[in-house]
Design a protein around this ligand. Structure first.
Ligand code: NAD
Length: 495
């Protein structure tokens, strides 16, 4: 197959940044827009509608009307399945366009956008489409005098507020189960990456989803996002983003209608490598690959590498050597291993943490600087700090960039204590050739997912989410339906 000239396509790209409300592309009520520039090279991609309360009101009214007249919620599950399957097919057939948009919008390598983000989003929508006519309700074992039906009903109007690091996948994890269950939906994408969500909603219309069921309001968090989370006619918010804003979500619910809040928040995941693991090169490759993938902008990135002291020097040397493979490159070239940081503000945040690492006494052993300045984009070298203590800022706070902190431990108990000494609890990994140790340690780690002898193996069939300040929601798997359905009991007395 001929290689795609992504630069040529990027030069021809025309983006529509208007909101999508009630099935129609719509300017913001105020007429205001904001300029969306690409972190790849600084080019202007679109003037995006700057939605605020009036636009959110219109989107919620559209979603509520669609829910109330049952144009989607009352369709047979098998019918909803067909529409969503078609939606998934169309995501794939628009894959190259979506991949290019995603890359230009937030900076990741276009080959990854196509192979991972487009494919995973389509698979997610298709999986929930397939599931919806296979899940049954319950009858409670109440005894012969009663028939108690426990049914799941769609909640109504769902708000999905999503981040910029995997704009399409994070949206799809909410769109799939929310729509499959029969809800209406308003997606508020990040102001840093609004373009693919807008296209997804158009593609859903093309697939036959009735107008008004899936709306997108782009805009800033404290404007469009806050208005959506405070809205009295929204039943639940599926939020993915930072812990700081997750806290606000809970406040917004308290200040408005006590809507349900499902928070999927940040992480500072620990990757525990024991000396008894029999393939340290594979462990090192995974440690480097998982922190530098997506420019380190992954909630579950294993940003704390905990290594048993007896192998630490050798292991760190391997990781440092491997980090060279992730030098940032042009995200529009097929062989790019690491792309651009999402914007200048995030670039400065990452560089600020690198400064802090130096200042607090960690030892820089790889990277540590901005790169490719002349491109007009925002790139950071893959960076490794050794000699990190768990009290240092770079071990405690989420950096959300390609920065790895290496900590050393002497015993299993110490490793577990360091791993659990974090406000976050998203994921962790254990590398050990002892089955006993792997199980023992996995049980004691206070996180939503423990990886054993791998990192980030993943499937739509398994739940994704954390504990502690990493949040409480679970995306993916059938458990996601818990967020977008109400349990209802209908109790019938039998004579
Ligand atoms: P963020 O919290 O700044 O923003 C997330 C979304 O919330 C955006 O759409 C933003 O516009 C909106 N928002 C911001 N302020 C708001 C407000 N006051 N009211 C309502 N909405 C508001 O996060 P981010 O920088 O976009 O994303 C990175 C964060 O997301 C990281 O902490 C990362 O760990 C987390 N994340 C978590 C998961 C997970 O599944 N646990 C997955 C991906 C990303």
């Amino acid at each position: 197959m001929a290689e795609i000239d992504w630069h040529a396509r990027a030069d021809q790209l025309q983006c529509d940044g208007r909101a999508l409300i009630a099935g129609v592309r719509t300017a913001s009520a105020s007429g205001e827009t904001f300029e969306k520039r690409s972190p790849v090279d600084g080019r202007v991609l679109a003037q995006v509608a700057r939605a605020w309360a009036a636009d959110v009101d219109a989107a919620v009214a559209s979603a509520r009307a669609a829910f109330a007249d049952g144009r989607w919620a009352d369709q047979a599950p098998a019918r909803r399945k067909k529409v969503l399957q078609r939606f998934a097919e169309l995501i794939l057939s628009h894959g190259e366009e979506l991949a290019l948009l995603e890359t230009l919008d937030m900076g990741k390598p276009v080959a990854q956008s196509l192979a991972v983000d487009v494919a995973a989003s389509a698979r997610c929508i298709n999986w929930y489409a397939e599931a919806i006519d296979k899940v049954y309700d319950e009858i409670a074992p109440t005894g012969p005098g009663a028939l108690a039906l426990i049914t799941r009903e769609p909640m109504g109007v769902i708000g999905a507020i999503v981040p910029w690091n995997y704009p399409m996948i994070m949206a799809a994890w909410k769109i799939g189960p929310a729509l499959a269950a029969g809800n209406s939906l308003i997606v508020k994408p990040s102001e840093k990456s609004p373009l693919t969500a807008l296209r997804l909603a158009e593609i859903a219309l093309e697939a036959g989803l009735p107008a008004g069921v899936f709306n997108v309001v782009p805009g800033f968090g404290h404007e469009a996002g806050e208005a959506l989370a405070l809205h009295h006619d929204v039943n639940a918010i599926g939020f993915t983003g930072s812990t700081r804003i997750g806290r606000k979500m809970l406040e917004y619910a308290g200040r408005s209608n006590l809507k349900r809040i499902f928070n999927e928040l940040g992480g500072k995941s620990a990757n525990l490598v024991f000396a008894d693991f029999n393939d340290l090169e594979r462990a090192a490759q995974t440690a480097a690959g998982a922190i530098f993938y997506n420019q380190g902008e992954s909630c579950n990135a294993p940003s704390r590498l905990l290594v048993e002291a007896s192998i630490a020097d050798e292991f760190v040397a391997r990781v440092v050597a491997l980090s060279a493979r992730y030098q940032p490159g042009d995200p529009l070239l097929a062989d790019c291993a690491m792309g651009a940081i999402v914007d200048e503000a995030q670039l400065n945040t990452v560089l600020g943490y690198i400064e802090k690492g130096h200042g607090e006494g960690a030892r820089l052993v790889a990277g540590g600087m901005r790169m490719r300045d002349a491109s007009g984009g925002f790139f950071v070298a893959p960076t490794v700090f050794d000699g990190v203590k768990n009290g240092m800022t770079i071990a405690r706070e989420e950096i959300f960039g390609p920065v790895l902190s290496v900590l050393r431990f002497d015993s299993e108990d110490e490793a577990i204590a360091i791993a659990n000494d974090s406000p976050y609890g998203l994921q962790a990994a254990v590398w050990s050739s002892s089955l006993d140790r792997a199980h023992r340690v996995a049980r004691k780690l206070k996180v939503g997912t423990v990886h054993v002898n791998q990192y980030d193996d993943d499937d739509i069939t398994v739940p994704f989410g954390g504990t502690g300040q990493s949040g409480n929601g679970r995306d993916k798997s059938l458990h996601a339906f818990d967020k977008y359905t109400e349990l209802k009991t209908t109790w019938i007395r039998l004579q």
